[in-house]
Ligand binder design. Sequence first.
Ligand code: SF4
Length: 285
Amino acid sequence: MEQGELFASNEKNDRPNKLGQSSIYYKQAGSILNPTTGFMASYDYTLNPYSGCAFGCSYCYAAFFARDNESKENWGYWVNVKENALEILKKFRKKPLINKTIYISSVTDPYQPIERKLELTRSILRELLNYHTPRIVIQTRSPLITRDIDLFMKFEHIQVNMTITTDSERVRKIFEPYCPSNKDRLSAIKEIHDAGINACITMTPLLPIESPIEFVHSLKATGITKFIVQPFHQDRGKFTAGTREEALKLFNEFNWTTDRYQEVEDIIKQYIPDIGIGKEGFKPI
Ligand code: SF4
């Protein structure tokens, strides 16, 4: 079903208003393709089908762009669906996006749980595929992305980035309690790669690692050859008091200092010498 059809029909009443820990709101957006600045400046546009993110990572920098303090504080507990996203995008049919570089998404996860029901990201991709020839990079932490392999295979220029931040489920549960497991993410990105789609693993940010060599072997076992790594900045995180305490305990336990991070990055680099570092690694395809 087209996302436009879903939202235009009587089925509006069927739209979930709550999913997991998150409240879901349906909003009219002013724009859907946003010209880039800062970290994303090497792209023409960022595209965010949602604002807010049910994955609610405790370090998420996107939380700082939330409208007010309450939204910042409740990051992970609300998601706004841009219900007119497809409608806005259809206006670009008159001026197709030829070779424009688009990053999906910069301040939300396009495959967070509500996407399974609404298929908003899927509708947007279908529109881009049928009426434009963009160069797309999709960033996610969600295995749901494998649902859209059929579409990805039809794009001429596309790359799927999967974020994998640690080899430890204990670390993952402290920092990203609502995100899918590392194992599921690894197996999803392998499936994307095996389908012949450009795939990349982004360790952004790299959190404490239990066994660096085994970790890097598990990444390479996917067959993927493109990787990006970036340090975790403790001072920039959006921690609640409880998370901060747990996180600090873990940092001490894993001796996760700047030196230890560098040591682990150096080990990773021994196995992946051409790994992309930080912003440079995120260049468009
Ligand atoms: S998945 Fe991305 S956008 Fe969502 S909370 Fe985590 S870091 Fe933020």
